[in-house]
Each structure stands twice: as C-alpha cells, then as structure tokens.
Design a protein around this ligand. Structure first.
Ligand SMILES: Nc1ccn([C@@H]2O[C@H](COP(=O)(O)O)[C@@H](O)[C@H]2O)c(=O)n1
Ligand SMILES: [Zn+2]
Ligand SMILES: [Zn+2]
Length: 252
C-alpha cells in the first residue's frame, strides 16, 4: 500500500496544498479528502478525476471537501459515471444540505445520490472499501458538535482527520492494536484548540513518536525541520510505501 499526499498544508497554508491524499493499493486509487486545492493538485500530478476508484471524507471543512463540486460536475458531464463516495453516515445529510446542494442542485429533486454512489460507513465497524483495503472509522474530536473521523487502514496505518490531541488513543493504537504508521495533523504553534499542536505531540513517549509522521502544517514548516523530536514531516507529492516505511532513528 502506498500513499502520496496531494498536499500537506493547513487550512490557511499557501505554499502547501490542502491536506488530501491518494492511497494506492493493487492498482486502485482512493482519494482521501477533496479540498479546494485537490482538483489542481491532481491535475499537476497528471491525474484526472476519472483515475479515482473511490473518494473518502473525514469531515466538513473546505480544505477537506471544497473540491467536491468540481469533481461531481466533471464526473457527471465529462466522464459520465458516478464516483464511489465513502463517508460516515453522520456526514451524508450535512454534506448535501449544508455544502454541496447550493452548487450542484440544478433540478429540484436532485440529491447527493444523483452525483455519487454514496456508501455510508458506521464508526467502529471495519469494512473492506476496496479489494485488499480495510477501513475502520474512529470518531475523533475536532470542532464541538461537528462529527469528524480518523481512519485506520488494514489495522496498521492510522491517518488522523483534523483532531485535538488524544495521547490515550495514540497509545492504544500503537501498544494495543499494533499500529505501525501514524500520519497525524500537526499545527506547528500552540495552543492546539481544534487541532493537535507540535508541542503536544512532543510530549508523546519516544516509542510512539517513532511511528508518527506529521502533516496538515503551516507555511512556516521549514523553520521546524529538525525540531520534531523523533517525528518526521511528510512531504507532499512524495510517494511513501506504507508496508515498508522506515521508522527513522534520530539523535535526541
Ligand atoms: N487561528 C485559528 C484558525 C482557524 N481555526 C479553526 O480551524 C478550522 C479550519 O481549519 P481546518 O484545518 O480544521 O479545516 C475552523 O474551525 C477554524 O475556526 C482556529 O481554531 N484557529
Ligand atoms: Zn483541515
Ligand atoms: Zn477541519
């Protein structure tokens, strides 16, 4: 299984694209989140929307869903097929009513299902979403009263949605569930109000930090290279083999 980040930036970053990813397994491609910058980022990497086998969403912020209107229109009018859309059951109605309906609905009775093959997921219930790719949604805290989900793939790869710091969850993932690779959102400056910030992540035990790769960071990320403890910044556009990701050994 391989991953290529279309972007690794925070919501306000300008030198990095939105924190969206391509997860690739056995020739199939899953788009994880589709933010405002996703259509251009895909194009610049040589992809079009028709190359995607499914789309998966974590939550309702524009850096995670803002590219869906263009995707839906292109799939309908250019590629003439409905893309598979995985999302938590709690997000289905808000995605349409609070976001996409305003732009996509051109006939009175059109719904989300007219544009996507919608596949709702239940939190905590793992299921195979593509051949060889098992996903479990883990509800994590981000904005009070707004559902948000982190992702556990094939029991070993954890990809955080936008989340506040949850050291107990990270401990249980590594020490009880055998998670080997953690891609985690990382706001570089404290305080971590709706995101996890770097000073919080630096309080994790070294044995957990060694599994952590940082994403969703701000434009001043270069200033922090070498200041992330045992954790490693993920670079946008670089392809990482998740089955063989070297856990870096760094001096303390
Ligand atoms: N200084 C800030 C700036 C933004 N926020 C909140 O972040 C959210 C948007 O960013 P995402 O990466 O979560 O999409 C939004 O809820 C803003 O209110 C903040 O808390 N502090
Ligand atoms: Zn975000
Ligand atoms: Zn968010």
């Amino acid at each position: 299984m391989k991953i290529q980040m279309l972007g690794t930036g925070s919501a306000f970053a300008k030198t990095f694209n939105n924190n969206n990813a391509l997860l690739k397994i056995d020739g199939l491609t899953l788009l994880v989140d589709c933010g405002i910058t996703a259509p251009k980022a895909l194009h610049e990497l040589g992809y079009n929307f028709n190359d995607l086998d499914a789309i998966l969403l974590t939550h309702m912020h524009a850096d995670h869903i803002g590219g869906l209107e263009e995707l839906a229109f292109q799939m309908k009018f250019i590629y003439k097929r409905k893309p598979i859309l995985y999302l938590a059951d709690t997000l289905v109605a808000p995605l349409w009513e609070n976001s996409l309906r305003g732009g996509l609905q051109q006939e009175e009775n059109e719904t989300l299902e007219d544009f996507f093959e919608v596949r709702p997921l239940s939190e905590g219930q793992a299921q195979e979403i593509l051949p060889g790719l098992k996903l479990e949604l883990i509800a994590t805290r981000h904005i009070p009263n707004k559902p948000n989900y982190s992702l556990l793939f094939n029991d070993f790869f954890y990809y955080s949605g936008d989340t506040t710091f949850d050291p107990d969850l990270l401990d249980s993932l590594v020490n009880s569930r055998g998670v080997r690779v953690i891609f985690h959102d990382c706001q570089l400056h404290a305080p971590g109000v709706v995101h996890t910030c770097l000073p919080q992540l630096l309080t994790l035990p070294i044995a957990i930090q060694q599994h952590v790769f940082l994403m969703h960071y701000g434009d001043d990320q270069p200033d922090f290279i070498g200041h992330t403890g045992q954790m490693t910044f993920i670079e946008q556009h670089r392809i990482y083999d998740l089955d063989d990701l070297t856990i870096p050994e760094k001096g303390l």
